[in-house]
Ligand binder design. Structure first.
Ligand code: HEC
Ligand code: HEC
Length: 190
């Protein structure tokens, strides 16, 4: 009889403890007046990351707007049609925008506004990521010219580093790798 009483006591204490643990964050997240007796609402969610497909739609929309504004100047150099291009001056504007989409955007898992202002002032250098991106571009050119170009044994006729080669769709890349279940994709040479 006595041991049953103890078990009941312990069970009650554990249940109370579990409830406190569950309820504590909710009580903290809501105003005190609403906390008593009110149905538990989920605490404010962190902003969910946008899906890669949604990001792609957003980027394609931005590119379409810019292409429409270019009106026949798509093949003129980016340095001529845009205001503040420092590293890709001679690249055709169309190719430049494709690079923004595929390398800078998809390659890093970013939309245009991760590097550019929300007001479509693409020339502004205010966003930190844009400033970083230029340094990454310079780093790549350095790697290509100082190191990759000098590895004469490579059989790729024009070996070059790209944003995707390091970033693979993320800003903070893992530095370990699970054992693959299928062979990883490989770029065609040439
Ligand atoms: C990872 C950062 C990054 C992302 C993401 C990015 N950009 Fe850029 N963007 C840059 C950098 C850096 C430059 C300047 C390049 C240079 O100086 O050669 C630039 C320049 C531009 C310019 C030229 C603006 C001007 O007038 O000088 C346009 C237009 C542009 N980006 C459009 C886009 C669009 C559209 C997207 C999305 C599809 C995008 N960018 C995504 C970094 C980024
Ligand atoms: C040789 C590998 C390499 C290449 C190539 C490379 N990056 Fe990076 N990048 C890095 C590393 C490493 C970091 C730091 C990652 C971290 O903080 O976890 C980084 C960080 C960044 C960041 C900051 C992300 C953040 O949220 O802090 C941006 C923006 C960026 N890279 C843009 C680019 C662009 C654009 C290109 C192509 C022009 C590029 N990177 C090519 C290695 C590379």
């Amino acid at each position: 009889m006595r041991s049953l009483f103890t078990i009941v006591l312990v069970a009650a204490a554990m249940a109370a403890c579990a409830r406190t643990q569950q309820e504590a964050p909710v009580a903290e997240a809501r105003p005190i007046a609403a906390a008593a007796g009110a149905p538990a609402t989920a605490p404010a969610q962190r902003r969910q990351p946008v899906s890669p497909m949604k990001q792609d739609t957003v980027r394609k929309q931005a590119i379409a707007e810019l292409m429409a504004a270019l009106q026949g100047r798509e093949n003129e150099p980016a340095g001529v049609v845009f205001k503040n291009v420092k590293l890709h001056k001679s690249m055709p504007a169309r190719e430049f925008l494709t690079m923004m989409d595929e390398q800078y955007g998809r390659g890093l898992g970013m939309t245009c506004t991760n590097c550019h202002l929300d007001n479509k002032d693409y020339a502004s250098d205010e966003r930190k990521n844009k400033v970083i991106a230029r340094q990454m571009e310079r780093m790549q050119r350095d790697i290509d010219a100082k190191y990759i170009a000098k590895v004469k044994e490579l059989d790729d006729p024009r070996p070059k580093t790209t944003c995707v080669m390091c970033h693979r769709g993320v800003t903070h890349m893992p530095n370990t790798m699970d054992v693959p279940e299928v062979a990883p994709p490989q770029r065609k040479r040439g």
